[in-house]
Design a protein around this ligand. Structure first.
Ligand SMILES: NC(=O)c1ccc[n+]([C@@H]2O[C@H](COP(=O)([O-])OP(=O)(O)OC[C@H]3O[C@@H](n4cnc5c(N)ncnc54)[C@H](OP(=O)(O)O)[C@@H]3O)[C@@H](O)[C@H]2O)c1
Length: 254
């Protein structure tokens, strides 16, 4: 394996890794030598996914917690450091969507999306930075979205959260860069995952996605893994505060 992309000896926590994009990122990182710690709220799904990675001969473990419960996240990070000696990387990937016309969109629904998709990333990053600062640096990747700079109806909380997460990426990148901690974001386009089941089943919407994407198709979760490896590895060693779009070109098409 090229040393540029070698992640041997690096422990990386991926939130929302029981399926979809998070699991695919974890799989690619493990394949490149990292010890990946998969997180979600579903222990049986995590166990199954860790087994799959171990069967392939890679190093993996899991930690169950709800990212909206800040205290649980802090305990999990501290436990990971104790058990593995360090934490090199954090991918803030756990996310939820809530779709509703504005007049039916409750404040509780808005706050739930913000709490999962944005506030949790702040709390987990802060605790990861606490450890990374004392161990020579590290990497943080936030999963954002095309939505944020661009908008669609009925998803105001998601758009606000993801745009906030882009801003948080820049804010942290300039504050902790000198400690050797690099903070970047990955912005997937339309990827065929459970989050988008309703959209995938809607032929009109799915055809619209295909027509608006220069590559002419939905993305696969596995296509996000390479970006994560790049930003976690020596290959991405001078990339800081950036957003890597992995969207088949959708975001740059007029
Ligand atoms: N799919 C797309 O087209 C797309 C596009 C742009 C951005 N994204 C972003 O990519 C990320 C992953 O999305 P996906 O499409 O892979 O979605 P997904 O298949 O629905 O997976 C979401 C993951 O987040 C976890 N999760 C949700 N709430 C959580 C919580 N409170 N605590 C811990 N884990 C939680 C879920 O695990 P459990 O439910 O098992 O806890 C699951 O592992 C999200 O941030 C999403 O916004 C996706």
């Amino acid at each position: 394996m090229s040393k540029l992309f070698d992640l041997q000896g690096k422990t990386i926590l991926v939130t929302g890794a029981s399926r979809g994009i998070g699991f695919s990122m974890a799989e690619a990182l493990a394949q490149h030598g990292a010890k990946v710690i998969l997180n979600s709220r579903d222990e049986s799904a995590l166990k199954q996914k860790v087994e799959k990675l171990k069967e392939a001969g890679w190093d993996a473990d899991y930690v169950v917690f709800d990212v909206t419960k800040a205290e649980d996240g802090l305990t999990a990070i501290s436990d990971i450091v104790q058990k593995n000696g360090s934490l090199f990387g954090l991918i803030n990937n756990a996310g939820v969507q809530h779709r509703s016309p504005i007049l039916d969109f409750t404040t509780a629904d808005f706050e739930h999306v913000l709490s999962t998709n944005l506030t949790s990333c702040f709390s987990l990053s802060r605790e990861a930075i606490r450890f990374m600062s004392n161990s020579g640096g590290g990497r943080i990747i936030n999963t954002v979205s095309m939505l944020g700079p661009q908008a669609r109806p009925t998803v105001p909380a998601y758009i606000a959260a993801k745009e906030g997460l882009r801003a948080l990426t820049r804010a942290l990148a300039v504050e902790v860069g000198q400690k050797g901690i690099l903070v970047n974001a990955i912005a997937p386009g339309y990827i065929a995952t459970e989050l988008n089941l309703a959209l995938l089943e809607n032929k009109e919407f799915s055809d619209w996605v295909i027509s608006k994407t220069p590559l002419g198709r939905w993305g696969n979760p596995s296509e996000l893994g390479g970006g994560a490896v790049y930003l976690m590895s020596d290959a991405g060693g001078f990339v800081n505060g950036q957003v890597l779009a992995i969207d088949g070109g959708m975001s740059i098409q007029v």
